[in-house]
Design a protein around this ligand. Structure first.
Ligand SMILES: [Zn+2]
Length: 199
C-alpha cells in the first residue's frame, strides 16, 4: 500500500523518500565463501531470511565474520571461536554497522544459513531462501546505515527474484523458533517495512 501524507500512522513520506535515496549508494563487495552448494533443481527462490551475527559476540567491525564465513577463523583467538570452529556456515550477504555489504554466496546458489528450519510446512529453508546477516545482536539497535543498505539490497533481490514478496521476508526466529532468536527485538520490522514500501 503506498504511503500518503494523510496517513497518520506513517512517517512523512518525503522523509522516508529522502532516507531511501541515501540508500542508493549501496557499497557491495564479493568475498566468495566455500560454504555453499547447488540449490535443488527447479527451485524457486521465494523466501528471504534476516539474521544477526557478530564475532566475538557483541563486538563489531572486527573482520571476524568474514573469516568465519570463509573458513579462516583462528580458533585460538577467542574462546567462542573454539566453540564454533567446526561449523561450516555462510550467508549470501553480510551488512556491517557502516552499511557496507559483502556478498559471500551468489543467491542462485544455496548458502548455509538457516540450519534446521521450516516455513509454512516446508523444511530446509536453505533450499529456497536467501540469507542476509546484519552485524549486530538481539538487543543493540541496528544502525541507520544498515537499514538503508538492507532496504536497497532487498529491493534489488525482489526484482531479481519476484517470488519474494514482502510477506516472505522473515527472521531466522520465524523459521527456527525453538533454536534461534535473531534478528532479535532490536530489529525494527515496522521501520524496515516502511522503508521498503516507500514509493
Ligand atoms: Zn540466524
Amino acid at each position: 500500500m503506498p504511503l500518503t501524507a494523510q496517513d497518520p500512522n506513517h512517517q512523512d513520506s518525503s522523509k522516508l523518500s529522502a532516507e531511501r535515496q541515501m540508500a542508493n549508494s549501496l557499497k557491495l563487495k564479493k568475498i566468495p565463501s566455500p560454504f555453499h552448494n547447488e540449490r535443488p533443481n527447479q527451485t524457486i527462490v521465494d523466501l528471504l531470511v534476516i539474521h544477526n551475527i557478530s564475532l566475538p559476540p557483541g563486538q563489531f567491525g572486527t573482520g571476524k565474520v568474514e573469516e568465519f564465513f570463509t573458513g579462516k577463523l583462528n580458533s585460538e583467538e577467542h574462546p567462542f571461536f573454539e566453540e564454533i570452529k567446526d561449523l561450516q556456515v555462510s550467508a549470501h550477504y553480510f551488512i556491517d554497522r557502516t552499511g557496507s555489504v559483502i556478498e559471500f554466496v551468489d543467491p542462485d546458489q544455496r548458502a548455509w544459513h538457516a540450519g534446521v528450519s521450516s516455513w509454512h510446512g516446508r523444511e530446509n529453508c536453505n533450499d529456497f531462501s536467501i540469507g542476509i546477516e546484519l552485524e549486530g545482536t538481539d538487543s543493540q539497535p541496528y544502525s541507520d546505515a544498515q537499514y538503508f543498505s538492507l532496504t536497497q539490497l532487498v529491493e534489488l533481490l525482489m526484482t531479481r527474484y519476484p517470488a519474494i514478496s514482502a510477506e516472505r521476508i522473515v527472521g531466522h526466529c520465524d523459521i527456527a523458533p525453538t533454536r534461534k532468536t535473531d534478528p532479535g527485538e532490536s530489529f525494527d520490522w515496522q521501520r524496515f517495512r516502511e522503508l521498503l514500501s516507500c514509493p
